[in-house]
Design a protein around this ligand. Structure first.
Ligand code: F6P
Length: 342
């Protein structure tokens, strides 16, 4: 049995831990051989491969990023995409594919598996934690820790200058990072894409904090939008899955707070620092378990399945179910977080 492995979409701490666990167990327990596909779906589409064996995965557990490279290539929109993938799998004698990715990468895996008979097993990754059918994706815990540390640091500088600090975190469609890091870091307001915010209300909270001489921290997810229809700046470009690239809600909000309240405000956009570097212990644990279970799924020919965390168990769920709809923040959880002012 020869197993292909690819990592697609935005990179995320823990990808290398999955690759390492799957390769080690596959080689040592089942006698499998592996082929690494470069740069997400571009690898099988264009036949770009890298050798993947035990020496290749030695020492990569704590390393961020992915040794296989990543891209947002969508093979289903490429000319003859499915045929080319099938031809390349045959050329490299790959019997099964492990696709490690988020909604886009795994959405492709679901369709290739269910509609075109390409044997795929999925492993969920994303710092955004917005994949359905799994309690957590690896990468999320690391991102939350990075954002929380940043918020802690911003509290002290905000207080020294009595300024508003707006912290923009990642989360295009879901506010999980904002919610968790905002709570962990003691933010005064948390704004998420799932619920439009009222700028006037946010300014009211900010002013009430100043009345008690406390400099407020506002955590805003990059995909959060104001209620009153004021457009957040977008750069207008689309990726191959049709997502608009976002930019600017944090900057826009800080300016609006200054204009409306007269209080000095600054913005910190955490950006890709949330995706870089070494994974947390939790993410290493989760990614390693996902890798071990993914190779077991290949052994069982459980194609069309994704490994998922349910409670403390790793289970298999249909890829199609996991990618049918995003897991967004439950309004009850958001209400529980509330805002802290006065
Ligand atoms: O999907 C993860 C994510 O980090 C989103 O939160 C963010 O919008 C996106 O990736 C940005 O990715 P890139 O800059 O690589 O296009």
């Amino acid at each position: 049995m020869r197993v292909g492995v690819l990592t697609g979409g935005g990179d995320c701490p823990g990808l290398n831990a999955v690759i390492r666990a799957a390769v080690r167990k596959g080689v040592q327990e089942y006698g499998y051989t592996f082929t690494g596909f470069r740069d997400g779906w571009r690898g099988p589409l264009e036949g770009q491969v890298v050798p993947l064996d035990i020496p290749a995965v030695r020492g990569i557990l704590p390393r961020g990023g992915t040794i296989l490279g990543s891209s947002r290539t969508n093979p289903l929109t490429a000319v003859d995409g499915v045929r080319r993938i099938k031809e390349n799998l045959a050329k490299y004698e790959v019997d099964a594919l492990i696709a490690i990715g988020g909604e886009d990468t795994l959405g492709v895996a679901a369709r290739l598996s269910d509609e075109y008979g390409v044997p795929c097993v999925g492993v969920p990754k994303t710092i955004d934690n917005d994949l359905s059918a799994t309690d957590y994706t690896f990468g999320f815990d690391t991102a939350v820790n990075i954002a929380t540390e940043a918020i802690d640091r911003l509290h002290t500088t905000a207080e020294s200058h009595m300024r508003v600090l707006v912290v923009e975190v990642m989360g295009r469609h879901a506010g999980w990072i904002a919610l968790h890091s905002g709570l962990a870091g003691g933010a005064n307001a948390i704004l998420i894409p799932e619920q439009r915010f009222d700028v006037a209300e946010v300014c009211g909270w900010v002013e009430s904090r100043f009345k008690v001489r406390y400099a407020p921290i506002v955590v805003v997810a990059e995909g959060a939008m104001p209620k009153d229809g004021q457009m957040v700046l977008k750069d207008g470009s689309l990726d191959s899955f049709g997502h608009v690239r976002l930019s600017g809600v944090g900057e826009w909000l800080a300016k609006e707070i200054e204009r409306r309240t007269g209080q000095e405000a600054r913005t910190t956009v955490l950006g890709h620092v949330q995706r870089g570097g070494t994974p947390s212990a939790f993410d290493r644990w989760l990614a390693t378990r996902f890798g071990l279970h993914a190779i077991e799924a290949v052994r069982d020919q459980a194609y069309g399945a994704m490994v998922a965390l349910r409670g403390t168990d790793v289970v298999r769920v249909p890829l199609a179910e996991a990618t049918a709809k995003l897991k967004t923040v439950d309004p009850r959880l958001y209400a529980e977080a509330g805002v802290f002012f006065g």
